[in-house]
Design a protein around this ligand. Structure first.
Ligand SMILES: *Cc1c(COP(=O)(O)O)cnc(C)c1O
Length: 390
């Protein structure tokens, strides 16, 4: 049975996003691969769907790596990134042909000490860290602070890492250049691609170029998949990168933000000082757990002809600012009306806390057929692994 609050996944929209990205890139570069970023939305049903629809898993921790295996990704369909992978998972991934992008010298040392005598057969990639901010001012997340991820090019760490791996016999076959930015601009992608092209000659053999994620999806007015693809691939061609080199993108939000919405129900109302406070069984914590905006697209089921000047739609938590929509001069919301907030697929479900309530349901809409793919949590799931002995 479906019950509010719940996340609702529109499967046709998800398919359209994935196909759109795939067609845009593979038309221009046939050796193209998508690694779905687990952290953006780690719903198990969704990650399995990605596997069944031909993406690789892009994971950044032992926990995500285990999930990828559990939902069916073979290890050689996993891209393993991240600064803290966990040694056991790192070793297993390298030994079994995952695409592993190393992030620090400790990982290199660990692999050199723990890979067996057939060390020459193993391949890894390297994540680069370079001063993107100086070429794209105000676009990066850390700004003038150094980025945390990968081997820095300017201070010599990148070359040192290559040297250490080569000396040990481990082949370096790929470069990973993901950068989170505020802008997701075409310029960011052209700068990252150019930087990678400059570094390719350091590799033993170039098997892949991984540009990471942080691109727009179907957001109106933003760069399109076609524009990202042509920007990047023109640079690869200008640099005479052979077409045998695999081009990898690791989208998260671009695929999953728009297909999800969040549905909750009105449970009570108060009028205070000219404002109608509308309480729902949902929460801003399920929409944006950082609570950084109340600007969401939404619609509601209200059939009332009564127009209310100002309605504030709020949640079940005891946080004063659990308010997620402001309706001005809109039909009166009545008890039992549902409110649907759009574009809630990225960094919502995977960041939702177990705060005050249990995790909500997730429902898939496939051509208007609804199916529950995650049951609401109960006290049983909440209590698992707890030890009450005093
Ligand atoms: C977060 C992340 C992504 C996906 O980012 P989106 O903004 O959701 O597209 C891809 N690759 C890496 C390494 C990441 O950390």
């Amino acid at each position: 049975m479906i019950k509010t609050p719940y996340y609702l996944l529109n499967l046709q929209r998800l398919s359209a996003n994935l196909n759109g990205l795939r067609v845009a890139f593979s038309t221009l570069w046939s050796n193209f691969l998508i690694g779905y970023s687990f952290k953006t939305n780690n719903l198990p049903w969704l990650t399995k769907w990605m596997h069944l629809n031909g993406t690789f898993a892009e994971v950044v921790s032992s926990a995500e790596y285990q999930q990828a295996k559990r939902v069916g990704f073979p290890i050689n369909n996993i891209i393993f990134n991240g600064p803290v992978k966990g040694n056991e998972a790192l070793l297993e991934a390298v030994k079994n042909g995952a695409i592993v992008n190393l992030d620090n010298f400790e990982e290199i040392e660990y692999l050199i000490q723990n890979l067996d005598c057939k060390i020459e057969q193993y391949e890894v990639g390297i994540r680069i860290n370079f001063d993107l901010e100086s070429v794209c001012p105000a676009e990066t997340i850390p700004g003038k602070e150094p980025g945390r991820f990968g081997f820095n090019v300017e201070n010599g760490d990148f070359e040192k890492a290559i040297h250490l791996l080569k000396k040990a016999g481990i082949k370096v076959v790929g470069i990973h250049g993901h950068h989170s930015t505020r802008t997701k601009s075409l310029k960011v992608f052209s700068v990252i691609t150019s930087e990678i092209c400059l570094l390719l000659h350091f590799l033993d053999k170039v098997k892949y170029i991984d540009l990471g994620g942080c691109i727009f999806g179907d957001k109106p007015g933003a760069p399109s998949f076609d524009e990202y693809a042509s920007t990047v691939i023109n640079i690869l061609k200008a640099n005479k990168v052979p077409s045998s080199v695999k081009l990898i993108m690791e989208p998260g939000a671009a695929l999953v933000a728009s297909p999800f919405s969040y549905v909750c129900k009105v449970v009570s109302r108060k009028d205070i000082n000219g404002t109608r406070l509308v309480f729902t069984d949902g929460s801003i914590k399920h929409i944006t757990s950082q609570m950084n905006t109340i600007k969401f697209a939404s619609n509601c089921s209200s059939k009332s002809e009564n127009i209310i000047h100002r309605q504030i739609i709020s949640g079940y938590t005891c946080i004063e600012m659990d308010r997620f929509l402001e309706y001005i001069d809109k039909p009166e919301l009545e008890i039992g009306d549902t409110i649907t907030v759009s574009n809630t697929g990225a960094y919502s479900l995977s960041l939702a806390p177990l705060f005050i309530e249990f995790f909500p349901q997730v429902v898939v809409n496939d051509h208007d057929k609804l199916k529950v793919v995650r049951e609401v949590w109960s006290i049983n799931e909440f209590m698992q692994n707890n030890i009450l002995d005093q």
